[in-house]
Design a protein around this ligand. Structure first.
Ligand code: SF4
Length: 316
């Protein structure tokens, strides 16, 4: 099982551009409520016992805003779980306990950085230039990020000595904001970046290419049957879409509720007229499948157009 832990939604970048594309609402990003650590531990251990635990993504809000003592105790607990841990951060506070304590040496770090589309982007760039710790960059495919030239962007991040990999994450319209940047826009954007990356050969990995290879090898899993989110109220959630196609956290209450929800997800997409005929069903690029409205004009959240484009390109 993979767990995304959100002990807090509070974010110090809540007044900037990135908050306008964030899936959390303005109220959530300003909320100071923090998940009780004893509740967090109990919930995580319950899943570990019942389902096994492969990986934890730790994020918020901004995880480094938590009190030092909380970060220390949380890091100590995570090291006892024998699973991989990834800390997702805006990297505005690179000296935080969760990013610097020797306890966290085995944790991966992912910096959410969308170039000028993110509040504090130049300060965070400096933090990434100065860090001695290996890290990944995650950039959200927002309309502003898409306006940048991939070659310029790659030139900037190629100078980051400890950058291991870079990934462009898809934007989904959600209950907080709704930009017009659809599946096909995302596919075109990633294609542009792949073309430049393959021509110029940069010293870091481009994760989107690795995911494409995994999809084609049918090694990637696109079902949500192994991914739970724990919110600051201690509730288990899944990422779902409401009846207007907007992303939101859907509470599933307990593991039985989760099982029921994920069985429904599989049933729905196995019966979907497009997905049921798709050779990538169960292995496409989706992080959480969104019901298809009109495949011809809008594409799909599994980015079939991108997978097919990459497959043809590598055979050329
Ligand atoms: S790639 Fe698209 S059509 Fe194929 S299974 Fe995934 S969501 Fe469905």
């Amino acid at each position: 099982m993979i767990i995304s832990l959100n002990p807090t939604y509070l974010c110090n970048f809540r007044n900037g551009k990135c908050a306008k594309t964030c899936y959390l609402t303005a109220d959530q990003l300003a909320s100071e409520s923090v998940l009780d650590l004893e509740v967090l531990k109990k919930k995580v251990l319950e899943v570990k016992e019942e389902c096994g635990l492969d990986h934890i993504d730790l994020y918020g809000g901004e995880i480094t805003l938590l009190p030092d003592s909380y970060q220390f105790e949380l890091a100590s607990f995570l090291t006892t779980l024998n699973c991989s841990v990834n800390v997702v951060t805006n990297y505005s506070r690179p000296d935080s306990i969760i990013l610097t304590s020797p306890l966290t040496n085995g944790f991966d770090i992912s910096v959410s950085w969308d170039y000028t589309a993110r509040q504090g982007w130049s300060k965070v760039l400096k933090n990434m230039q100065e860090t001695k710790r290996p890290f990944a960059i995650l950039s959200l495919a927002s309309p502003e990020f898409a306006r940048h030239d991939p070659e310029d962007f790659f030139e900037i991040i190629a100078k980051l000595e400890n950058l291991i990999c870079f990934e462009i994450k898809p934007y989904s319209q959600n209950q907080s904001n709704s930009y017009s940047f659809g599946h096909k826009d995302y596919e075109k954007l990633v294609q542009k970046y792949i073309e430049v990356y393959e021509r110029r050969k940069y010293p870091f990995m481009f994760t989107n290419i690795e995911l494409l290879k995994d999809s084609l090898a049918k090694e990637k899993v696109s079902w949500s049957d192994e991914h739970l989110y724990l919110n600051p109220r201690g509730e288990w959630c899944v990422l779902d879409f409401d009846d207007k196609g907007r992303e939101y956290f859907h509470k599933v209450f307990d593991l039985a509720g989760f099982k029921k929800w994920e069985e429904n997800e599989k049933r729905h997409f196995k019966l979907d007229p497009v997905c049921s005929k798709c050779s990538f069903l169960g292995h496409c690029l989706s992080e959480h499948l969104r019901p298809i409205v009109n495949f011809e004009s809008e594409g799909c959240s599994g980015y079939r157009g991108l997978i097919e484009w990459y497959d043809e390109r590598r055979l050329r």
